[in-house]
Design a protein around this ligand. Structure first.
Ligand SMILES: [Zn+2]
Length: 583
């Protein structure tokens, strides 16, 4: 007996292939099966080639089934294989020194000079998640103290609030640094008065030369009184941009020259560069380390969770904390999160929009939250991915596929299914013996979600039925090939032209074609089609027809076009507009 005719073996392979397909998005992998079968039947090692050929046959047969059909067969015959122990929900590790504090307080502190993108997801979600885990407080702090180079814009304060809401992060308290300049001035004056900060009027170059050789600049050792006068002069507009800067004293021998007497406040000509919220009211503006450092203490932040590129800033700020007699919060520095293929640089995003190479901040090619939202990426998927990565200090590179696979699990369980044919071609089926009524579930595993129903009636002497099918399906068809129109009937192709295909009715039952490698395709009844535009991830547009039931969709729904992919509905009007999400 050859392996080909060994029915027991074939059944064994079929089971393995179906199980494999169910756990691999409907596509069984022949390679994985060879090893599996050999593991169970070692005697077949002498005829691997023949075995592979049988496996390939079975895999084609199994992969030809719809994922829902594969699952149904597996559930029916081997239900024990599908009782998965629920994988333990990944939890974050506990925060260091959490019991030291009566309330855990975390913060997310963006500069509102751009929309947020996936690169911020880690800071936002980890800070928020930890606040919730300890029933603590999550603060949103806008760090908008650079009206010149990293100039904030009013619309971004709102878009950031919106993004956080979309991500499911509830802000317990919000602060805006441009409202707090009086506070920063008050502490600066204290630092200067106590000889822990000074007003340096050296040029940057002069100061740098001294700092490099661990020497004080000529200003550093002047009496505090002199510096308080210089400080008042700064506030009163006595210095121009670049003429004076407040420095916080550190150890001049610190091995990193960039730490030595770091700059804390500088002058910005706000007549020329007005701030979008407070205009030209102030000319002295705090730099990052002064404002963030003071705020973290004053706002009671207990845990700072941020990228490790901020490590040096912690070292700088600790000098200021020492001067003020404060204790630095616990800081956790995680590694960079890179997403291959995503445009995540703020400057590139802003420039691309300005130059017109990106449509707007929600252009599907961008990694902004606005773009992800439009593309039907769910916030739950982003959250699951970030928590999975956790707070490791090493860099992590993820791909869109990582995010998509989280997203697929969520969408697959909830999205309604519909037919869509891209670049449609007309299919005329002749000799259809009777009218067919078909009832398609919106979700293969959830009949309670409802159905779409269509009646297909033959017309005229030819008993013809006219349908739309996708151009790609039509292209691969061959004369005399049998095809199954999903949940309708089986046909055999007769003629093929550029714009149309004709076929003959063959039989009704799916059982007739199940065992052969008959292709299953979706179809849309002619004259009921709904003109549809799919915006792809590269911003190109695919035209096609969706089935009539899509006219009842609500904007913002995420649905699956079968055999095409998940899409996010953005417009339900004279035409349907959807954004492509993923396979
Ligand atoms: Zn100086």
């Amino acid at each position: 007996m050859t392996l080909k005719n060994d029915n027991d073996l074939r059944e064994l392979i079929r089971k393995a292939a179906l199980l494999n397909a169910v756990s691999h998005d409907g596509k069984a992998q022949a390679g994985a099966l060879v090893g599996k079968i050999l593991g169970e039947k070692a005697e077949l090692r002498s005829c691997v080639k023949e075995l592979s050929s049988v496996i390939n046959d079975v895999v084609v047969e199994v992969n030809n089934l719809l994922p829902a059909e594969q699952r149904a067969i597996v559930e029916k015959n081997w239900p024990e294989t599908q009782r998965k122990e629920k994988p333990e929900e990944k939890r974050l590790p506990p925060l260091p020194n959490a019991d030291k504090y009566s309330q855990i307080v975390t913060r997310f502190s963006p500069n509102p000079d751009c929309v947020l993108h996936l690169g911020s997801a880690r800071a936002i979600l980890l800070s928020h998640e930890y606040a919730r885990m300890y029933t603590g407080k999550f603060i949103l702090r806008f760090e908008d103290t650079d009206p010149k180079v990293k100039k904030p814009a009013l619309k971004f304060y709102d878009s950031i609030r919106e993004d956080l809401k979309w991500l499911g992060c509830k802000v317990d308290e919000e602060f805006i640094q441009s409202d707090r300049l009086a506070i920063y001035y008050q502490y600066t004056e204290k630092l200067i008065g106590e000889g822990n900060a000074y007003v340096c009027t050296c040029s940057q170059e002069e100061f740098r030369k001294k700092a490099l050789v661990k020497e004080p600049c000529p200003c550093r050792n002047l009496p505090a009184q002199e510096h308080l006068e210089r400080w008042r002069c700064m506030l009163n507009g006595g210095y121009q941009e670049g003429q004076a800067v407040v420095r916080v004293k550190t150890d001049l021998n610190h091995p990193n020259p960039a730490i030595r007497d770091w700059p804390a406040l500088r002058i910005i000509d706000t007549k020329k560069y007005p701030h979008p919220r407070v205009g030209s009211k102030y000319v002295v503006w705090p730099l990052y380390n002064l404002a963030a450092g003071l705020d973290d203490h004053l706002m009671g932040v207990t845990h700072i969770i941020r990228g490790k590129e901020h490590y040096t800033n912690m070292v700088r700020q600790k000098y200021m904390y020492q001067h003020l007699g404060w204790t630095y919060p616990d800081a956790i520095h995680y590694g960079r999160l890179k997403i291959t293929g995503a445009a995540l640089s703020k400057s590139k995003i802003v420039l691309g929009i300005k130059e017109g190479s990106f449509e707007d901040f929600d252009d599907p090619r961008l990694g902004t939250f606005a773009a992800l939202r439009k593309r039907g990426i769910t916030p739950e998927a982003i959250k699951k991915m970030i928590i999975e990565v956790g707070i490791k200090p090493n860099d992590v590179t993820l791909s869109w596929e990582n995010l998509n696979s989280w997203n697929r699990k969520i969408l697959d369980a909830t999205s309604s299914r519909y037919f869509f044919v891209a670049e449609p071609i007309e299919l005329r089926v002749l000799a259809v013996p009777k009218a067919f009524h078909t009832k398609l579930p919106l979700h293969p595993e959830k009949p309670e979600n409802g159905f779409r129903e269509y009646s297909v009636k033959p017309e005229g002497d030819e008993k013809a039925v006219s349908l739309w099918i996708s151009g790609t399906d039509a292209q691969t068809m061959e004369i005399n090939q049998p095809i199954r129109l999903i949940e309708l009937f089986n046909i055999r192709i007769q003629t093929k032209a550029d714009k149309s295909v004709t076929a003959l009715f063959e039989s009704e039952s799916y059982e007739d074609v199940r065992k052969t490698k008959t292709q299953l395709i979706q179809w849309i009844q002619k004259d009921t089609e709904y003109l549809t535009e799919v915006v792809n991830q590269d911003a190109s547009v695919t035209q096609g027809f969706a089935e009539a039931a899509c006219k009842k969709l609500k904007p913002d729904a995420i649905i699956q076009f079968e055999r095409f992919g998940f899409v996010h509905v953005t417009e339900v009007g004279p035409k349907l507009v959807v954004y492509y999400s993923q396979k």
